[in-house]
Design a binder for this molecule. Structure first.
Ligand code: DI6
Ligand code: FE
Length: 412
């Protein structure tokens, strides 16, 4: 074999290789070349030629190495906070009532429209940093707090700048159909007309969005409006995903599956037809226990149905200022186990291999030769500890394509 550029030794590994459960290796060596894994296995089986005079050797002091985590659903670019609304909800006002009164998403729209690009970056970067410290090397970021072309493009540019600044992979999603902006109050169809005729083509042209999302809900957009957005997005060559069946069953899961969607997200209220349609079209179910928790929801997603029909499940933070101010993907892993009922292994696959699938990425999410050298190193005895602790010390180091991202981390 060709010599590795770098090799981590004195480590244990959980490869999550297909069909191998956790894929534990007690005394492992992990090497890569040109940012791609070239050896993952027992140290004593390292082939001759894997090391030459130029190979950088990283002794990891017994750390556990996993695939770097992937947060496949966030809204972490925004301005301001919504702490008063949090208090209101605890005093008995519902999320829907707050939205109807012009608060909720629209409160963040006001603050985000008022912020310039640098201010938006300065406010959003610490949130992305927190995820990185938690072991995340790939994250998705949605627009949806601008709701006019200029502000939406600004959000997407900030998302891209976060990737460039931190060295993580950022996948961007255009969520123009998140809420009705105040200037279109009572004219939702006119807004969707404008979104399809003007915003979507301009966003596609800009190259700033990797996918298109919508909020299909009583307080969001109807299935018919969502369908128009998806038809236009697909015609422009953009893949789709959907905030589906979060607060009620509007048939969102089946709708996004019909458009070969990457994922249906939230899915608490999805019905069996929706699950079957998702299975048919290989659409990932993205579970978002942070929003479920903060909204004090009681209807859990149909996990047993997803399992029975072989629908891949991912787990994400949904990091947003209203329903999920959550800055730890590991805490989402814990909540996917309890209360949602995933096993720790399912939960971990949900933030690695299945999260990659939800983003349409086939080059990461497992420690397998040929995939990207995206790794996280942890001071834990077993990978299930990532779902067991509610929080805890962050990753010891995170690599993206073989580049260490944490200053002062191990193996720098
Ligand atoms: N569902 C959610 O949970 C977030 N967006 C959505 O469509 C909430 C966004 C917010 O309240 O700011
Ligand atoms: Fe969301």
């Amino acid at each position: 074999m060709q010599p590795c550029d770098a090799l981590i030794v004195a480590c244990r590994a959980s490869t999550l290789a297909p069909g191998q459960g956790w894929g534990l290796i007690a005394d492992a060596a992990i090497g890569w070349r040109n940012g791609r894994l070239s050896y993952v296995g027992p140290r004593d089986q390292l082939p001759a030629g894997a090391i030459d005079a130029n190979t950088r050797i990283h002794p990891a002091n017994g750390a556990l190495v996993t695939p770097a985590l992937i947060d496949c659903h966030t809204h972490l670019v925004f301005a301001g906070e919504r702490i008063a609304e949090f208090e209101q909800r605890l005093e008995g006002t519902s999320y829907a009532q707050i939205a109807e009164a012009g608060g909720g998403i629209n409160a963040t729209v006001q603050a985000t429209r008022a912020a310039n690009e640098d201010e938006l970056l300065a406010q959003s970067l610490p949130r992305a940093r927190a995820l990185l410290a938690d072991g995340v090397a790939t994250l998705e970021i949605k627009s949806g707090y601008g709701l006019d072309l200029e502000s939406e493009l600004r959000m997407l540019r900030v998302a891209r700048r976060i990737g460039e600044t931190l060295g993580v992979t950022v996948r961007t999603t255009f969520l123009g159909a998140h809420a009705l902006p105040p200037e279109y109050r009572g004219r939702a169809d006119d807004y969707i007309d404008m979104l399809c005729a003007q915003m979507l083509p301009a966003v596609a042209e800009s190259g700033l969005a990797d996918a298109v999302d919508a909020f299909c809900e009583g307080i969001g957009f109807t299935p018919a409006q969502t369908r128009r957005v998806f038809t236009r997005a697909r015609a422009l060559g953009l893949p789709v995903k959907l905030h589906a069946d979060q607060l009620s069953d509007l048939g969102g899961a089946a709708l996004v599956a019909e458009f070969d969607g990457l994922s249906a997200d939230h899915v608490e209220y999805s019905n069996t037809d929706g699950v079957l349609a998702m299975a048919q079209s290989d659409c990932v179910a993205v579970l978002l226990p942070g929003a479920f928790h903060c909204l004090r929801e009681t209807k859990k997603p149909p996990v047993a149905d997803f399992r029975a029909h072989g629908v891949a499940m991912a787990v994400a933070t949904d990091c947003n200022p209203g329903t999920s101010p959550l800055l730890s993907l590991r805490l989402a892993l814990t909540m996917a186990c309890n209360p949602f009922g995933l096993t720790p292994l399912e939960s971990m696959l949900g933030a690695t291999a299945n999260a990659a699938k939800a983003l349409g990425l086939s080059d990461r999410g497992r420690l397998v030769p040929g995939l990207r050298a995206d790794l996280s190193l942890w001071d834990i005895a077993h990978p299930a500890a990532l779902a067991y602790w509610l929080g805890g010390p962050g990753a010891l180091q995170v690599f993206s394509a073989g580049v260490p991202l944490l200053r002062d981390g191990v193996c720098e």
